[in-house]
Ligand binder design. Structure first.
Ligand code: WQD
Length: 336
């Protein structure tokens, strides 16, 4: 097997996936424009794995730069994480999001065709299930979105479906992530958002350290067991290993597949708060406020297809996710 190009490989999920790929015996090449991550992640991957990583500071929209990577390296497959993912920002700047996420992916696919690289694992999201499907979400359900970011995922999945019809040798797997949290057990890699976190667990982590004073719970009047939002939280290392399993599948199959990567279990906001209090030994003060626009009550996966097709299932529970998140937070008080 040649090299695996990981676009967005210095990001949260990308960097953990690089560790899992190297642990599985692959050579990885990382491409990232560092707009939303730190190059320090490369050093951390090297510390964890003991292997040198070839890194290119390249934007996926730079066709010459992407070609250079394929000229320098024999790339057998691409795992594509690069893209913007802030829901609120995508509503304010839709053209930027379509130009970056769709335009960048089209450039990448054009270069892959030029260099006859026939395998793409795409970072999709449970957000493509929209707000009208019943839980647990299954891959054959209709997709939609409630914001431009979500529509870039829906549209890229469609682009890949169409490409696989036109190019019979091409293999594309769209992995639909649920809510990735946690960190590598070494504490050397973890979630490292810029500024005030939008997502629940990195926000709770900063409340636990005292950097933020309390967690605002966005509504407790949902139709859920305790009234707060329910999500399918998955350990980022389980997610990373899911990519290795998807790659092994894609090497032996052509065509398009969408596959859920989730635990199949839902946890409420208050479940997460309690788990984080157990992990950190710190009290997490909360204040219930109004619902956040665009939030749905409940989201969790039917993980059957991943088990049947990839032989993959999650291994870590919510307490382990919070314990690893807390270890990373303590070891990296100023992030990477
Ligand atoms: C989880 C729960 C909130 C923050 C988002 C993106 C999605 C995907 C994963 C990329 C919800 C509640 C949160 C807070 C809170 N990203 N919450 N107070 O919204 O499920 O998904 O990240 O693909 O596209 O939308 O994750 O962590 O933001 O929220 O009460 O300060 O925590 O209401 O119920 P979400 P989240």
């Amino acid at each position: 097997m040649g090299k695996i190009l990981v676009t967005g490989g210095t990001g949260f999920i990308g960097s953990h996936t690089c560790v899992a790929l190297i642990n599985a015996g692959y050579q990885v090449v990382v491409m990232d424009n560092l707009c939303n991550s730190k190059v320090e992640a490369i050093a951390r991957i090297e510390m964890i794995t003991g292997r040198h990583i070839r890194f290119y500071r390249t934007d996926m929209r730079d066709k010459h730069g992407v070609c250079q990577i394929f000229e320098d390296n024999k790339i057998d497959a691409v795992i594509h994480f690069a893209g913007w993912k802030a829901v609120g920002e995508s509503v304010e700047k839709p053209l930027d999001y379509y130009e970056n996420n769709l335009g960048g992916t089209l450039t990448l696919l054009e270069v892959m065709r030029q260099f006859q690289c026939p395998i793409l694992i795409f970072s999709s999201s449970a957000t493509v299930y929209g707000s009208h499907n019943p839980v647990p979400y299954q891959e054959d359900m209709p997709t939609s979105a409630t914001n431009p970011y979500g529509y870039t995922k829906v549209m890229i999945e469609q682009i890949l479906r169409d490409l696989c019809v036109a190019q019979h040798r091409f293999s594309a797997v769209a992995l639909r992530y649920f809510n990735p949290i946690g960190a590598h057990e070494s504490g050397l890699l973890g979630e490292n958002p810029n500024g005030i976190p939008n997502n629940l667990v990195p926000y709770v982590a900063q409340v636990a350290t005292g950097k933020l004073d309390c967690l605002r719970v966005f509504g407790n009047d949902y139709d859920t067991p305790d009234g707060t939002g329910v999500r399918d939280y998955i350990h980022v290392m389980d997610l990373a290993v899911g990519h290795v399993a998807a790659l092994a599948y894609a090497v032996n199959h052509t065509g398009f597949e969408a596959i859920n990567l989730g635990t199949g279990k839902g946890s409420s906001v208050l479940d997460v708060v309690r788990a984080y209090e157990r992990a950190s030994g710190r009290k997490i003060p909360i204040k219930v406020v109004e619902r956040r626009a665009g939030d749905i009550a409940t989201s969790y996966a039917d993980p059957t297809k991943a088990k049947d097709l990839l032989g993959w299932e999650t291994t870590y529970d919510l307490d382990k996710m919070c314990a690893d998140s807390w270890k990373f937070t303590l070891q990296n008080p100023r992030g990477l």
